[in-house]
Write a protein that binds this ligand. Structure first.
Ligand SMILES: *Cc1c(COP(=O)(O)O)cnc(C)c1O
Length: 225
């Protein structure tokens, strides 16, 4: 299968899941998780009609951007962002999906203020309480959202999670609950536009639970070496 054929197949599965959930397929964004794939391969995915490219590592992102990999689509940062690399990412990507601590949020806001830009972000929740993963614990979400709302140089656009692969549907349901809850609380500078969850193994299940942004890697590019 080519990358273009894979993108088509993912789109079809997204459309089927959207129809089942009673939402328009157009309301769900396909972010290609491009880590380890060359600029040429990313360009193939862009040509095949992905909605955005999501990169994990800063160095890889800078190299591939230099090679024109992302031209034609918005670029998102989706990996764990080290605080000393914030300067390379703020203002350079449309959306930082993986903001899961007060310290990182403060650094992003300070950098954005310095550049005179407003950086769109998602708040990442460690919904499965896994030590290996980033994100705030669910009970810390309100405080982080309120703090984000007090920072004029960032705008929270939604929530993101990487749940445990086993029993992910249960975690997707929890995420939808948090999404609705934060929406209703109407914090300043917080607009709950995106619920980013679901990867190759489980994006249809995520869509069934209300995801409107899925991050798909291996189902588009094949297994990573
Ligand atoms: C790699 C990655 C994905 C996609 O994973 P696949 O299982 O290959 O679809 C999604 N989100 C993040 C944050 C990733 O790092």
């Amino acid at each position: 299968m080519t990358i273009a054929e894979n993108v088509l197949a993912v789109r079809e599965a997204m459309a089927a899941a959207a129809a089942k959930a009673g939402v328009s397929e157009k309301s769900i964004l396909l972010v290609a998780a491009t880590k380890t794939n060359s600029a040429d391969r990313v360009r193939e995915a862009v040509a095949a009609g992905i909605d955005a490219a999501g990169e994990n590592r800063v160095q890889e992102m800078l190299e591939k951007r230099e090679q024109g990999a992302y031209e034609g689509v918005p670029l998102h940062f989706i990996g764990q962002l080290q605080r000393n690399k914030v300067k390379y990412v703020v203002g350079a990507v449309e959306l930082i999906q993986s903001v899961g601590s007060r310290e990182l949020l403060a650094d992003i806001a300070a950098r954005a203020a310095k550049l005179g830009v407003r950086q769109d972000i998602l708040l990442e929740i460690n919904v499965g309480r896994e030590e290996s993963k980033g994100g705030v614990l669910p009970e810390e979400l309100d405080e982080l959202a309120a703090y984000a709302g007090s920072l004029g140089s960032v705008r929270v656009r939604g929530l993101m999670a990487i749940p445990p692969i086993t029993d992910s549907a249960t975690y997707f349901e929890q995420m939808y609950h948090f999404f609705v809850d934060i929406t209703q609380k109407r914090y300043d500078n917080v607009s709950m536009d995106f619920l980013s969850m679901g990867m190759s193994a489980d994006y249809p299940a995520a869509i069934a639970c209300g995801a409107n942004m899925v991050r798909v890697g291996s189902a588009i590019f094949g297994p990573r070496s």
